[in-house]
Write a new protein. Structure first.
Length: 153
């Protein structure tokens, strides 16, 4: 039992104590793969980063993007990152990722929570990082589609 519990507690502690990005902080180098297994990196000209860390936030982001043109993220120089590290492997590979593959927009997927441990998060919300010159200029938590649309228009 100790062999199982100790690593889990250690990872949880590392995530809880990781420094969260604040305005003025440089955007960390995040290299992930999208829903089609293609590499996704935060480009130097990125202006917005949308991050979802749980199912409610992910649904909110999906609903917001469903009513916008497929190029909305690209047009706004935005990146959407979804943390699926807590999702059971079978669920992600059989249901979630295939559903995402049908979307016209890119979703960078975090399969290891350590990759995005510094990104701020709030239950039931989408984290919105405004970026200027490679640094975080503002942190917002969108809790409805209207708020997300304001960022994407």
């Amino acid at each position: 039992m100790k062999r199982i519990l100790l690593p889990v507690l250690l990872v949880a502690h590392m995530l809880a104590t990781a420094a969260t990005l604040q305005p003025g902080d440089p955007v960390p180098a995040i290299n992930l793969k999208d829903q089609h297994e293609k590499p996704v990196a935060i480009a130097p000209d990125t202006r917005l980063i949308f991050f979802t860390a749980e199912m409610d936030g992910s649904r909110l982001m999906t609903n917001a993007l469903a009513t916008l043109p497929a190029t909305s993220l690209k047009d706004r120089k935005a990146v959407y990152i979804a943390d699926i590290s807590d999702m059971p492997g079978l669920v992600s590979s059989v249901f979630a990722v295939p559903k995402m593959q049908k979307e016209a927009y890119t979703v960078a997927l975090t399969r290891d929570a350590k990759d995005t441990a510094s990104l701020p998060r709030k239950l039931g919300a989408v984290t919105v990082l405004k970026v200027e010159g490679g640094k975080v200029s503002a942190v917002d938590f969108a809790q409805d589609v209207k708020e997300l649309h304001r960022h994407l228009k």
